[in-house]
Design a protein around this ligand. Structure first.
Ligand code: GDP
Ligand code: IMO
Ligand code: MG
Length: 423
């Protein structure tokens, strides 16, 4: 099983590249996160944003699995399925949902909003999709799972959890009227039972035994991991490679390649430290050229230069075997491009390691400046055709990280992709 995941703060372009390499796999599996994810695919000139469905769905022969590590919003899932059905994609035969995936219920979303409101200036800037509260209930061992939908006492269990949430919401003095959302939830709960609800750990291990090639598709990014991200400004799941084992029930020895996806620069949505953030016209230029607005919430993404200490950290935690650099075209017109090689700590010392808390220790990025390539990138068929300045940019990153860049994306469409391997 290969794992593809984001090495930054999410939105690296995972959806695009999964769709591109998917034909080399028989199964694509999501292992964590939920509808906080927004993975964009451009297929035949049309843009699609997937939140919970794995990005293999545009290839009818591929099986797509939503693993046990995911927190699932049934109404959003139903809408995604219906959107794809309108395009003629019938998922009844190739979407499999783990019975052990946790359910997000409407009050989880309200709790997410209430707790963000209470945090005020220190809010996480969550996507308000109920992710934190749903994972909190999972760990507190009071959550509901997809398999519970099949039990006769589901409604009772649902009400018990809902009433607990309502008590918490009263404490937050957060007014809610959930009637419509609750109706949608139960409608979606019925609808979803048309799809195979499976014992996903058996499903995936049977596939491994049969020799199927499996690609685990990460959501969010390594720097949003609950343990290794810039805590508390993180998401609530394990976005790093180890999360794929837990989130699918696959033993570590089955992990093959670890494909790390990163942008040629950096973005972040929501709050939290971002050492190379550009709050100036250059940052705005990156935002406009890269259309850096959230795929899920539409919020403007914060933009900045590539951060090597952060990238190297993510590569270490994931033992990334190959790098995939995305959105290179966004830098086409820049005369000069910076890469942060080190941080300067408050006492003046330089480091290329992430301090314990970037929120509390203000670091100053130290940059190496590169000359831009200043040309369009079109119809590339080999890495040998790259402009010399871009080749130098790539070479520097490879040399600093010790990991080869085997895929380069220079446009949102499938054809704007250059790969070294056949995957
Ligand atoms: P994900 O969450 O990692 O799947 O990434 P998102 O879909 O949230 O954000 C990536 C955005 O960049 C999407 O709008 C993609 O269509 C777009 N995109 C992906 N690769 C490229 C690329 O190489 N160049 C450009 N210009 N856009 C890209
Ligand atoms: P994809 O899969 C970018 C960010 C939110 C917030 C923090 C916590 O598209 O890369 P949450 O709703 O998870 O509790 O929010 O994480 N965040 C993302 N940022 N891409 C994502 O997913 C994200 N999912 C969550 O903005 O800062
Ligand atoms: Mg996204």
């Amino acid at each position: 099983m290969d794992v593809l995941l984001g090495l930054q703060w999410g939105d690296e372009g995972k959806g695009k590249i999964v769709d591109f390499i998917a034909p080399h796999y028989q199964v694509i599996a999501r292992f964590q996160g939920g509808p906080n994810a927004g993975h964009t695919l451009n297929v035949n000139g049309l843009k699609h944003v997937l939140h919970q469905i794995p990005s293999g769905v545009f290839h009818p022969q591929i099986k797509n699995l939503i693993g046990n590590g995911v927190v699932l919003d049934l109404h959003t899932l139903k809408n995604e399925i219906l959107h794809l059905a309108r395009l003629g994609i019938d998922l009844t035969k190739n979407l499999y949902i783990s019975k052990k995936a946790q359910l997000i219920i409407p009050t989880h979303r309200a709790l997410d909003a209430a707790s963000e409101q209470e945090k005020g200036d220190r809010k996480i800037g969550s996507t308000l999709r109920g992710i934190g509260p749903a994972y909190a209930d999972k760990i507190a061992r009071i959550g509901l799972r997809v398999g519970d939908l099949l039990q006769p006492d589901f409604k009772e269990k649902y009400n018990t959890l809902k009433n607990k949430h309502l008590e918490q919401l009263r404490f937050y003095q957060y007014p809610i009227d959930m009637a419509q959302e609750e109706e949608q939830f139960f409608e979606a709960a019925e609808f979803i039972q048309r799809y195979p609800l499976v014992d996903s750990e058996y499903f995936i291990n049977d596939q491994l035994r049969k020799g199927s090639r499996i690609l685990a598709e990460g959501a969010q990014g390594s720097l949003l991991d609950i343990d290794f991200g810039s805590y508390p400004f993180v998401t609530s799941s394990h976005t790093v490679v180890a999360g794929a084992c837990i989130g699918l029930g696959v033993a570590p020895r089955y992990i093959g390649k670890v494909l790390g996806v990163f942008k040629a620069y950096c973005t972040r949505v929501g709050s939290g430290p971002f050492p190379t953030e550009l709050n100036d016209s250059t940052g705005e230029r990156l935002r406009q050229l890269g259309h850096e607005y959230g795929s899920t919430t539409g919020r403007p993404r914060r933009c900045g230069w590539l951060d090597l200490p952060a990238l190297k950290y993510a590569i270490m935690i994931n033992h990334t075997t190959e790098l995939m650099m995305m959105k290179v075209d966004v830098l086409n017109g820049f005369e000069q491009i910076n890469i942060c090689t080190h941080y300067q700590l408050p006492d003046g010392t330089l480091t290329d390691r992430l301090p314990y808390s970037l929120s509390d220790i203000p670091v100053k990025p130290v940059y190496k400046t590169f000359v831009g390539w200043q040309c369009e990138l079109k119809d590339l068929h080999s890495f040998d055709q790259l402009p010399a300045e871009l080749a130098a940019y790539i070479h520097f990153i490879e040399q600093q990280t010790g990991v080869p860049i085997t895929a380069l994306s220079y446009g949102a469409d499938r054809h704007c992709t250059l790969v070294k391997n056949s995957y």
